[in-house]
Design a protein around this ligand. Sequence first.
Ligand code: F6P
Length: 535
Amino acid sequence: MWDELNHLRDENKNRWIMDLFERDGARADGFSVETGDMRFDYSKTLIDDAVRAALIELCEKVDLSRHRDAMFTGAAINETEGRAVLHTALRNLDGGSVLVDGQDVMPGVLDTLARMRSFAEDVRKGAFAGAGGSITDVVNIGIGGSDLGPAMATLALEPYHDGPVCHFVSNVDGAHVSDVLRPLDPTRTLVIVASKSFTTTETMTNARTARAWMLDGGGDPAGQFAAVSTALDKTEAFGIPAERVFGFGDWVGGRYSVWGPIGLPVILAMGPQAFDAFLRGGQAMDLHFRSAAWAENMPVLLALTGLWHHQICGYPTRAVLPYDQRLSRLPAYFQQLEMESNGKSVAMSGSSLTVPSGPVVWGEPGTNGQHAFYQLIHQGTGVVPCEFMIAAEGHEPDLAHHHRLLVANCLAQSEALMRGRSLDEARERMAAKGLTGDELDRQARHRVFAGNRPSTTLVYPKLTPFVLGQIIALYEHRVFVEGVILGINSFDQWGVELGKELATSLAPIVDGEQSAEGKDGSTAALVGFVLKHRG
Ligand code: F6P
């Protein structure tokens, strides 16, 4: 299946992206795709007509449309857990019924959404209050998918906030919960315990600590806690009344769950209307993914570009570089989305993968990254495909000149990566500075940029709730397409289990209640060091 692409990679080895532009004056449009008012440009890569055709052929070979339709229509495509995958139902606002095992899930989805809306309105208007008055702050306690989505989206949409201030506690490190709670008023804080399973050690430990803090400070945990979970028996056992429990089906994966009750902090911060717009953005991307031909399908082209760079060209990592300070949690969010979904070495069939699994995803917002790690991206020995993102306009009309600089920097980076600077150009510069002979050569070599480094750019008018919804759904579907082509199940995460089990068995040893006998020498010695040095 990969032969033709490997052949094209070898054939294109010495090609220049810049030459592709010279040969084809319409390349920018030919290798960009638009949906709504969002544009994805993958022209600054070595993908040409032949490569694109071979990549699209992959979609046909794996029967991508059958897989896509199976997901949207509630088939149990998460085969290792025997579950449907229906985060798309959470944003299917007026899209009709969706059946799981013959049951329409939409009435339940819409009912929960209505409850979220009304709870959010009550909190925002002060009709729901704490022991000391209206709610000023919300603390979301969750981790992984029960944290990254709402934390990322809440920060991203800060200009739309007109509700209580939202805070996020995820790490079991007591420093996190302690630093977040310290400045808050326990009588006017709402705590949301967000856990799909309601068993995650970090979350339950933090939830108990927050409950004690609230009680100590005169708050009312029975009245000021809410829960988001699929495990309703466990939320009840924790003491959270049913009217403040927001459930969802096991057909929503943790890292895909921001669209439903896990998005409670987002709706509390910015209100039901803006949250609806966010859902509509996701739904718009779903409709595009379901209807556009592969060659014009944004999630598919994003996925194929990623497969070309990682599985075919062998570039081990991918940088996500949003030029937007408010998207500073987006790389971490995409890290979980991609690496927990596609970090697998076994195919759905049980056989070993014959191509690399998903890449390492990392990144930081621009322009900050430029002054930190871009050096390696420009001049390091390895190639890092970069995914730039930028809005045409910012949210600060008084500071429009800042945004113009932001845009210029974003576009300059992708241009510099592609164009590079040759030794001749570097020599010219050094000569202009008066250098001659060996010193000119030596200095010039340090100023050479290899160039020909691939990047893509996603550009959109403004980071609105609708656009954020589009971006997240775009990346979700990209990960799905990659998974289908790799033949893996993108919706389980067995790889996190072993560490969890060992942590449980180590806890009594670290507590000093059990001996480290039976542990390997390194682990036993490290425990010994900790026991000796703690106060
Ligand atoms: O350990 C991984 C994981 O299961 C993620 O997939 C999930 O998002 C996170 O832990 C939190 O799980 P829960 O929502 O059940 O607390």
